[in-house]
Design a protein around this ligand. Sequence first.
Ligand code: BGC
Length: 255
Amino acid sequence: MSPNPPAAFGVDIGGSGIKGAPVDLRAGRLRTERLRIPTPRPSTPEAVLAAVGEVLAQFGNPKRFGVTFPGVVKNGTVRTAANVDAGWVDFDAVLALRESTGADVAVLNDADAAGLAEARFGAAKGQGGVVIMLTLGTGIGTAVLIDGKLVPNTELGHLEIDGRDAETRASDSARGRDDLDWQHWAKRLSKYVRHLEALLWPDMIIFGGGVSKKSEKWLPLVRHVRTPMVPATLANDAGIIGAALWARERAGGVR
Ligand code: BGC
Protein backbone atom coordinates (compact mmCIF):
# COMPACT_ATOMS: atom_id res chain seq x y z
CA MET A 1 0.00 0.00 0.00
CA SER A 2 1.27 3.47 -0.83
CA PRO A 3 1.73 5.80 2.13
CA ASN A 4 -0.43 8.49 0.49
CA PRO A 5 -3.44 6.97 -1.27
CA PRO A 6 -5.42 9.44 -3.43
CA ALA A 7 -8.02 11.34 -1.44
CA ALA A 8 -11.45 9.73 -1.61
CA PHE A 9 -14.72 11.60 -1.55
CA GLY A 10 -18.36 10.53 -1.41
CA VAL A 11 -21.67 12.31 -1.94
CA ASP A 12 -25.00 10.82 -0.87
CA ILE A 13 -28.09 12.15 -2.66
CA GLY A 14 -31.21 11.54 -0.59
CA GLY A 15 -34.81 12.64 -0.75
CA SER A 16 -34.31 15.20 2.01
CA GLY A 17 -30.58 15.93 2.13
CA ILE A 18 -27.41 15.91 0.05
CA LYS A 19 -24.42 14.93 2.15
CA GLY A 20 -20.74 14.80 1.33
CA ALA A 21 -17.41 14.23 3.05
CA PRO A 22 -13.85 13.10 2.41
CA VAL A 23 -13.42 9.43 3.28
CA ASP A 24 -10.58 7.45 4.77
CA LEU A 25 -10.82 4.23 2.77
CA ARG A 26 -8.34 2.37 4.92
CA ALA A 27 -10.23 2.93 8.12
CA GLY A 28 -13.68 3.04 6.51
CA ARG A 29 -14.75 6.30 8.08
CA LEU A 30 -15.20 9.96 7.26
CA ARG A 31 -12.09 12.09 7.50
CA THR A 32 -13.97 15.16 8.64
CA GLU A 33 -17.47 16.17 9.60
CA ARG A 34 -19.84 15.76 6.64
CA LEU A 35 -21.63 18.68 5.03
CA ARG A 36 -25.39 18.41 4.51
CA ILE A 37 -27.59 20.70 2.49
CA PRO A 38 -31.33 20.21 1.95
CA THR A 39 -32.35 18.51 -1.31
CA PRO A 40 -33.89 21.19 -3.57
CA ARG A 41 -37.60 20.94 -4.37
CA PRO A 42 -38.49 20.03 -7.00
CA SER A 43 -35.52 17.68 -7.05
CA THR A 44 -34.76 18.05 -10.75
CA PRO A 45 -31.37 16.90 -12.05
CA GLU A 46 -30.26 20.50 -12.65
CA ALA A 47 -31.17 21.67 -9.14
CA VAL A 48 -29.70 18.60 -7.42
CA LEU A 49 -26.48 18.71 -9.41
CA ALA A 50 -26.06 22.39 -8.53
CA ALA A 51 -26.41 21.40 -4.87
CA VAL A 52 -23.86 18.59 -5.33
CA GLY A 53 -21.55 21.22 -6.86
CA GLU A 54 -21.95 23.36 -3.72
CA VAL A 55 -20.97 20.44 -1.50
CA LEU A 56 -17.92 19.66 -3.66
CA ALA A 57 -16.83 23.31 -3.67
CA GLN A 58 -16.81 23.34 0.14
CA PHE A 59 -14.21 20.58 0.03
CA GLY A 60 -11.97 22.08 -2.66
CA ASN A 61 -13.55 20.29 -5.66
CA PRO A 62 -12.12 16.77 -5.34
CA LYS A 63 -10.74 15.30 -8.54
CA ARG A 64 -12.40 11.97 -7.99
CA PHE A 65 -15.66 11.26 -6.21
CA GLY A 66 -18.55 8.84 -6.03
CA VAL A 67 -22.22 9.75 -5.82
CA THR A 68 -25.22 7.74 -4.63
CA PHE A 69 -28.66 8.09 -6.16
CA PRO A 70 -32.02 6.78 -4.81
CA GLY A 71 -32.94 4.82 -7.95
CA VAL A 72 -31.58 2.35 -10.49
CA VAL A 73 -28.29 3.47 -12.07
CA LYS A 74 -27.05 1.56 -15.11
CA ASN A 75 -23.69 2.56 -16.61
CA GLY A 76 -23.97 6.02 -15.06
CA THR A 77 -27.49 6.64 -16.34
CA VAL A 78 -30.40 6.85 -13.93
CA ARG A 79 -33.27 4.52 -14.90
CA THR A 80 -35.85 4.93 -12.12
CA ALA A 81 -36.78 7.68 -9.67
CA ALA A 82 -39.46 6.44 -7.25
CA ASN A 83 -38.95 9.16 -4.62
CA VAL A 84 -37.32 12.03 -6.54
CA ASP A 85 -38.25 14.15 -9.57
CA ALA A 86 -39.20 12.11 -12.64
CA GLY A 87 -36.83 14.24 -14.74
CA TRP A 88 -34.02 11.94 -13.55
CA VAL A 89 -35.27 8.97 -15.57
CA ASP A 90 -32.80 8.33 -18.42
CA PHE A 91 -30.57 11.16 -17.26
CA ASP A 92 -26.85 10.41 -17.73
CA ALA A 93 -25.62 11.50 -14.31
CA VAL A 94 -22.00 10.49 -14.86
CA LEU A 95 -21.75 12.46 -18.09
CA ALA A 96 -23.36 15.55 -16.55
CA LEU A 97 -21.11 15.44 -13.48
CA ARG A 98 -17.98 14.85 -15.54
CA GLU A 99 -18.82 17.82 -17.70
CA SER A 100 -19.62 20.12 -14.81
CA THR A 101 -16.66 19.14 -12.61
CA GLY A 102 -13.98 17.71 -14.91
CA ALA A 103 -13.49 15.03 -12.26
CA ASP A 104 -13.43 11.23 -12.36
CA VAL A 105 -16.99 10.36 -11.31
CA ALA A 106 -18.89 7.17 -10.50
CA VAL A 107 -22.59 6.97 -9.61
CA LEU A 108 -24.42 4.07 -7.96
CA ASN A 109 -27.68 3.24 -6.21
CA ASP A 110 -27.88 4.51 -2.60
CA ALA A 111 -28.63 1.15 -0.99
CA ASP A 112 -25.89 -0.51 -3.05
CA ALA A 113 -23.44 2.07 -1.68
CA ALA A 114 -24.57 1.43 1.89
CA GLY A 115 -24.34 -2.34 1.38
CA LEU A 116 -20.83 -2.12 -0.04
CA ALA A 117 -19.68 -0.02 2.90
CA GLU A 118 -21.27 -2.35 5.47
CA ALA A 119 -19.74 -5.38 3.74
CA ARG A 120 -16.26 -3.86 3.69
CA PHE A 121 -16.17 -2.02 7.00
CA GLY A 122 -19.38 -2.55 8.95
CA ALA A 123 -21.93 -5.11 10.05
CA ALA A 124 -21.05 -7.69 7.35
CA LYS A 125 -17.27 -7.35 7.46
CA GLY A 126 -15.82 -10.82 6.92
CA GLN A 127 -19.28 -12.35 6.31
CA GLY A 128 -19.34 -14.83 3.44
CA GLY A 129 -22.31 -16.05 1.44
CA VAL A 130 -25.34 -13.96 0.55
CA VAL A 131 -25.86 -10.74 2.50
CA ILE A 132 -28.91 -8.53 2.05
CA MET A 133 -28.83 -4.94 3.21
CA LEU A 134 -32.16 -3.12 3.61
CA THR A 135 -32.29 0.65 3.96
CA LEU A 136 -35.52 1.70 5.64
CA GLY A 137 -36.29 5.34 4.90
CA THR A 138 -38.64 7.12 2.51
CA GLY A 139 -38.54 3.95 0.45
CA ILE A 140 -36.93 0.54 0.97
CA GLY A 141 -33.56 0.20 -0.69
CA THR A 142 -31.83 -3.15 -1.05
CA ALA A 143 -28.31 -4.35 -1.72
CA VAL A 144 -27.39 -7.97 -2.35
CA LEU A 145 -23.78 -9.07 -1.88
CA ILE A 146 -22.33 -12.47 -2.60
CA ASP A 147 -19.06 -13.09 -0.75
CA GLY A 148 -18.65 -9.31 -0.56
CA LYS A 149 -19.34 -8.70 -4.25
CA LEU A 150 -22.29 -6.53 -5.12
CA VAL A 151 -25.15 -7.58 -7.39
CA PRO A 152 -26.24 -4.02 -8.30
CA ASN A 153 -29.72 -2.54 -8.66
CA THR A 154 -31.73 -5.30 -7.02
CA GLU A 155 -34.81 -3.11 -6.16
CA LEU A 156 -36.32 -5.69 -3.81
CA GLY A 157 -38.07 -2.90 -1.91
CA HIS A 158 -40.63 -3.03 -4.71
CA LEU A 159 -41.57 -6.68 -4.20
CA GLU A 160 -45.31 -7.05 -4.01
CA ILE A 161 -46.76 -7.94 -0.60
CA ASP A 162 -50.55 -8.45 -0.40
CA GLY A 163 -50.84 -6.85 -3.83
CA ARG A 164 -48.99 -3.69 -2.73
CA ASP A 165 -45.52 -2.31 -3.36
CA ALA A 166 -43.61 -3.40 -0.20
CA GLU A 167 -42.00 -0.01 0.39
CA THR A 168 -45.39 1.68 0.60
CA ARG A 169 -46.24 -0.70 3.50
CA ALA A 170 -43.02 -1.32 5.40
CA SER A 171 -40.68 1.66 4.88
CA ASP A 172 -39.99 4.04 7.73
CA SER A 173 -42.08 6.71 6.03
CA ALA A 174 -45.03 4.26 5.90
CA ARG A 175 -44.64 3.88 9.68
CA GLY A 176 -44.97 7.65 10.08
CA ARG A 177 -47.72 8.06 7.49
CA ASP A 178 -49.88 5.33 9.03
CA ASP A 179 -48.94 6.36 12.58
CA LEU A 180 -47.83 2.81 13.47
CA ASP A 181 -46.30 1.85 16.79
CA TRP A 182 -43.17 -0.33 16.73
CA GLN A 183 -45.20 -3.51 17.16
CA HIS A 184 -47.46 -2.87 14.18
CA TRP A 185 -44.69 -1.66 11.95
CA ALA A 186 -42.53 -4.68 12.89
CA LYS A 187 -45.41 -6.93 11.89
CA ARG A 188 -45.45 -5.47 8.39
CA LEU A 189 -41.67 -5.57 8.21
CA SER A 190 -41.63 -9.21 9.36
CA LYS A 191 -43.93 -10.21 6.55
CA TYR A 192 -41.71 -8.48 4.02
CA VAL A 193 -38.49 -9.95 5.44
CA ARG A 194 -39.96 -13.47 5.50
CA HIS A 195 -40.87 -13.08 1.84
CA LEU A 196 -37.34 -11.98 0.99
CA GLU A 197 -35.92 -14.86 3.02
CA ALA A 198 -38.08 -17.41 1.25
CA LEU A 199 -36.88 -16.18 -2.14
CA LEU A 200 -33.18 -15.63 -1.51
CA TRP A 201 -32.17 -17.63 1.59
CA PRO A 202 -29.54 -15.12 2.69
CA ASP A 203 -26.86 -15.69 5.34
CA MET A 204 -27.31 -12.28 6.94
CA ILE A 205 -29.76 -9.39 6.75
CA ILE A 206 -28.57 -5.89 7.69
CA PHE A 207 -31.04 -3.13 8.53
CA GLY A 208 -29.94 0.42 7.75
CA GLY A 209 -31.50 3.84 7.35
CA GLY A 210 -32.09 6.38 10.10
CA VAL A 211 -34.45 4.06 12.00
CA SER A 212 -31.63 1.52 12.46
CA LYS A 213 -30.29 3.79 15.21
CA LYS A 214 -33.30 2.75 17.30
CA SER A 215 -33.15 -0.92 16.31
CA GLU A 216 -33.43 -2.11 19.93
CA LYS A 217 -37.05 -0.89 19.84
CA TRP A 218 -38.19 -2.89 16.82
CA LEU A 219 -35.63 -5.46 15.65
CA PRO A 220 -36.56 -7.93 18.44
CA LEU A 221 -40.17 -7.63 17.20
CA VAL A 222 -39.28 -8.86 13.70
CA ARG A 223 -40.44 -12.47 14.08
CA HIS A 224 -40.27 -15.90 12.46
CA VAL A 225 -37.18 -15.12 10.43
CA ARG A 226 -34.38 -17.68 10.47
CA THR A 227 -31.63 -15.51 9.00
CA PRO A 228 -29.38 -13.62 11.45
CA MET A 229 -30.54 -9.97 11.45
CA VAL A 230 -28.30 -7.11 12.55
CA PRO A 231 -28.46 -3.31 12.54
CA ALA A 232 -26.08 -1.39 10.28
CA THR A 233 -23.02 -0.06 12.07
CA LEU A 234 -21.99 2.84 9.83
CA ALA A 235 -25.29 4.68 10.31
CA ASN A 236 -25.60 7.82 8.21
CA ASP A 237 -22.11 7.56 6.81
CA ALA A 238 -22.57 4.28 4.91
CA GLY A 239 -23.74 5.94 1.68
CA ILE A 240 -20.87 8.42 1.59
CA ILE A 241 -18.30 5.72 2.35
CA GLY A 242 -19.78 3.33 -0.24
CA ALA A 243 -19.81 6.08 -2.88
CA ALA A 244 -16.14 6.82 -2.28
CA LEU A 245 -15.32 3.09 -2.45
CA TRP A 246 -17.19 2.71 -5.73
CA ALA A 247 -15.34 5.70 -7.22
CA ARG A 248 -12.02 4.10 -6.33
CA GLU A 249 -13.06 0.74 -7.73
CA ARG A 250 -14.35 2.33 -10.92
CA ALA A 251 -11.33 4.64 -11.29
CA GLY A 252 -10.22 5.27 -14.81
CA GLY A 253 -13.57 5.69 -16.46
CA VAL A 254 -15.22 2.28 -16.27
CA ARG A 255 -18.87 3.15 -15.71
C1 BGC B 1 -35.80 3.05 -5.04
C2 BGC B 1 -34.45 2.42 -4.81
C3 BGC B 1 -33.74 3.11 -3.63
C4 BGC B 1 -34.64 3.12 -2.42
C5 BGC B 1 -34.04 3.86 -1.25
C6 BGC B 1 -36.59 3.02 -3.75
O1 BGC B 1 -37.84 3.60 -3.96
O2 BGC B 1 -36.50 2.36 -6.06
O3 BGC B 1 -33.65 2.52 -5.95
O4 BGC B 1 -32.55 2.44 -3.36
O5 BGC B 1 -35.90 3.70 -2.72
O6 BGC B 1 -33.77 5.19 -1.56
